[in-house]
Design a protein around this ligand. Sequence first.
Ligand code: ADE
Length: 234
Amino acid sequence: MQIDVLTIFPAFFDVLEVSLLGRAREAGLLDIRVHDLRDWTHDRHRTVDDTPYGGGAGMVMKPEPWGEALDALVPADAGAQAPPVIVFPSPAGARFSQSMARELAGASHLIFGCGRYEGIDERVFDYAATRGDVRMVSLGDYVLNGGEVAAMAMIEAVGRLVPGVVGNPDSLVEESHEDGLLEHPSYTKPAAWRGFEVPPVLLSGNHGAVAAWRREQQLERTRARRPDLLGPQD
Ligand code: ADE
């Protein structure tokens, strides 16, 4: 999978060099390229923003650097190549989820456009739609300073679903949200620690009882912490 990131703060993405995604990049499973949007400016100050038409607080990202960047990343004559999915992280987007992560993991080329300030000139999204499949995506109902942290979270959630990135594919099946429920609690040795004990059923060797206990824990946790996942309660 190829992932391109457009940002005025490439340093946010330095952590992509460590851990699982770092190894996946080294192994050639993920081809992640982080680009400085200012490389597509032409003035001395490398300007990427300007005042909003109609007035108002803050600055808006200018369309020209975005247009040139998209032209560079998605050549008009891409031929038979599938058009990329172009994700713009935004608090005004559709809510990101595990199912959206699965869907994005099926794309061969993702582009993340990270906005700052009061946002990006709206025409950039119209233009991007002529080059790919545009998605406005929110990490949640709160406001970050820009799209970078949201893009990082999405890259990690999507990247780990790319085949081969997570060594043991079973661990992808058993985690929170894969079956619509939160994950059951996990324990390791020692069996007693600082007065807290591992639930005896996990030491019983009875696989059926362990599975039933885990399922019940999943339901109990989901009811307590995320009742919305269980649908309308009446
Ligand atoms: N940019 C600013 N806030 C955001 C959010 N909640 N999700 C995605 N991108 C954002």
